[in-house]
Design a binder for this molecule. Structure first.
Ligand SMILES: Cc1ncc(COP(=O)(O)O)c(C=O)c1O
Length: 392
């Protein structure tokens, strides 16, 4: 796809995911982006190079990935990082001691950890609020608030945050609005179109899609912000190698078809769980009973492949259930073709103190699943078997 046809308005996401940023190699015609396993580049005279000097600063495989991801998020600019945490860290690099951040009370555990165990030590302050309540977001803003950081759907309760409403509040206070769009993916939701300034991704999840790579990305339409992200990419050095970049490019080609199946399977499992006596509550934005359903319908094209449910069970019983599945693998992470199951309390959200965790609704019996693209009947049978094995 030549550059002049790369823009989001010309082609639909199913086409851009395959072609954007991925022209055949000029020298050889190779269809697939080559893995430029290379650290440095010949210069014709000092400072006179062909766009690349050193691979931390830039690498052609990474450039193709950055262009591809930018196109998927309807963004002008994209930067790839060594992990989702590295991209989150890069947004935090924009802050100074004394700044304040408003964020959600059920953000990903690693995000909570970098906020409280890394940046609080640098005198950045954080307020953790219920992001589904726009009044609570507004009330948390202070004179020194520079950033609103949010996830939607949230991890693991699948709460839905009104992106346009939240971005407006941030902008009224001259703060940046950054959205972690890992759960929804650009196939289902484009936060920049709804007013966000920055989108962050863990490429490790749906964008990579095959549980074989760790990566991150930041997308924006703001040239100055992009330049700052580039500065930190080069200065901090948490960039992905060419092989990782290639793997993610390989993944994004099938993002739309994978997401369609993830959503279809998740919807059927959510419906099934709702009717089970062992299950107290199902958290899936596609259910009409979900409090964020209406907003999700407005800002998402479908409801995603992630869901959580609360078992009427102790920590031990819930642990037994997640250890008893055969098709679902007991593992952290999400977004791969294979289904995963986990218990947030002792796993992904173990970094959050218990009291704070329970207050945010992350109970001991809560189970999160990343619904894969296997046959849904096999997945449902597997859950049924695990309930029988793990519960009295
Ligand atoms: C919503 C969300 N954001 C960010 C991350 C961090 O990404 P990574 O593991 O690629 O560093 C994760 C990891 O699970 C996540 O779930």
């Amino acid at each position: 796809m030549s550059d002049e046809h790369d823009s989001s308005s010309d082609y639909r996401i199913e086409t851009r995911s395959i072609h954007a940023g991925q022209d055949p190699d000029e020298e050889t015609g190779a269809l697939m982006t080559p893995i430029h396993a290379n650290s440095t580049y010949e210069q014709d005279a000092p400072g006179d190079h062909r766009g690349y000097e050193y691979s931390r600063t830039g690498n052609p495989t990474r450039t193709d990935l950055e262009e591809n991801l930018a196109s998927l998020e309807n963004a002008e600019y994209g930067r790839a990082f060594a992990s989702g945490m590295a991209s989150i860290n890069t947004v935090l690099n924009l802050l100074e001691a004394g700044d304040h951040v408003v964020t959600g009370n059920d953000v990903y555990g690693g995000t909570h950890r970098i906020f409280t165990q890394v940046y609080e030590d640098y005198d950045v302050e954080f307020s953790f609020v219920d992001m589904t309540d726009l009044d609570a977001i507004e009330a948390a803003f202070r004179e020194n608030t520079e950033l609103l950081w949010l996830e939607t759907p949230t991890n693991p309760l699948m709460s839905i945050v009104d992106i346009a409403g939240a971005a407006e509040i941030a902008h009224d206070h001259d703060a940046l609005c950054a959205i972690d769009n890992t759960f929804a993916t650009p196939y289902l939701q484009n936060p920049l179109d709804l007013g966000a300034d920055v989108v962050s991704h863990s490429l490790t999840k749906y964008l990579g899609g095959h549980s074989d790579v760790v990566g991150g990305a930041l997308l924006t339409n703001d040239e100055d912000l992009d330049e700052e992200f580039g500065f930190y990419q080069n200065s901090v050095g948490a960039t992905p190698g060419p092989f990782e970049s290639f793997l993610v490019l390989r993944g994004t080609k099938t993002l739309p078809v994978r997401m369609d199946r993830h959503c279809e399977n998740a919807r059927k499992i959510a419906d099934w769980l709702q009717d089970r006596p062992e299950v107290d509550r199902v958290y899936y934005p596609g259910l009409e009973s979900h409090p964020g359903h209406e907003i999700a319908r407005e800002q998402m094209d479908d409801f995603g492949g992630m869901l959580s449910f609360e078992l009427d069970a102790s920590m031990e019983e819930a642990s037994e259930v997640v250890s008893s599945t055969e098709v679902f693998t007991l593992a952290e992470s999400l977004g791969g073709v294979e289904s995963l199951i986990e218990q947030p309390a002792p796993m992904t959200h173990a970094a959050i103190p218990r009291e704070e965790r329970i207050e945010a609704g992350l109970t001991d019996g809560l189970i999160r699943v990343s619904v894969g693209i296997e046959h849904v009947d096999d997945l449902i049978a597997d859950l049924e078997r695990a309930f029988e094995a793990g519960l009295e």
